[in-house]
Design a protein around this ligand. Structure first.
Ligand code: 13P
Length: 246
């Protein structure tokens, strides 16, 4: 069975010094995690090298928060997959709702990013999710399905993570109810058409809701924002426990 994937997206937080201090506090807390899960941190680009060094010798992996579709070129401000691989990065978040919203990223661009990441040997974490207005107007499933189908086009689903992050649950404290998150994740599994695909839930994941989320049949991991900035809190999330079923 594939490992659960617990990832922390630091967004635009953490200097190099702060990332090193996080690693120092975090590593002892996750030294004895069960082997059924992997833990990933996604720092800002500037802290990747420092964090990679601070985590060396541990099982904690590093993701970027985005990646360009070309290996190099005249793309001011962008970072390519080979640049990330040089620092031991293993995953790349693509299609997060924040770059979709603030930088108008399209499904086509996101798919190019994911394809380039995969071709270079990175595992894309493809984010999808509907806005509040789209959910209210009954559009959620149509929107997510489009994001999934266009996003995964041409990708190997065996080297891919899809993260369902309803926008209205991000940074709001309004977690999607576990049963509803599970229902959407099951739909995504069907739309990808690969039963073994790893699907995460993201949006106000906290120490007090992680166990319930991870107990769901179609939630294989979580993508955590705010609660991943605190070493003890994120260690609690990484150490989630699900009830043993008889
Ligand atoms: P929060 O956990 O802060 O709601 O953020 C979720 C997210 O956007 C992770 O990518």
């Amino acid at each position: 069975m594939a490992k659960a994937v617990i990832a922390g997206n630091w967004k635009m937080h953490m200097t190099c010094a702060e990332a090193r201090a996080f690693a120092e506090a975090f590593l002892p807390l996750v030294a004895d995690l069960p082997s059924d899960r992997e833990v990933i941190l996604a720092p800002p680009f500037t802290a990747i090298a420092a964090l990679s060094e601070a985590l060396s010798g541990s099982a904690i992996k590093i993701s970027s928060q985005n990646v360009h579709w070309d290996g190099s070129g005249a793309y001011t401000g962008m970072i390519s997959a080979p640049m990330l691989l040089e620092h031991g990065v293993t995953h790349a978040i693509v299609g997060h709702s924040e770059p979709r919203k603030y930088y108008s990223e399209t499904d086509e661009q996101i798919n190019h990013r994911a394809r380039a990441a995969q071709e270079a040997g990175l595992i894309p974490i493809l984010c999808v999710g509907e806005s509040d207005a789209q959910r209210e107007s009954g559009e959620a499933e149509r929107v997510i399905r489009r994001q999934v189908e266009q996003g995964v086009d041409g990708l190997d689903p065996a080297a891919l993570v899809v993260a369902y992050e309803p926008i209205w649950a991000i940074g709001t404290g309004k977690t999607c109810a576990a049963a509803e998150a599970n229902r959407i994740c099951a739909l995504i599994r069907g739309w990808v058409g690969f039963p073994e695909i790893t699907i995460q839930y993201g949006g106000s994941v906290k120490a007090d809701n992680i166990d319930q989320l991870m107990a769901q049949s179609d939630i294989d991991g979580v993508l955590v924002g705010g609660a991943s900035l605190d070493p003890a809190g994120f260690a609690r999330i990484a150490g989630y426990q699900v009830p043993v079923t008889a």
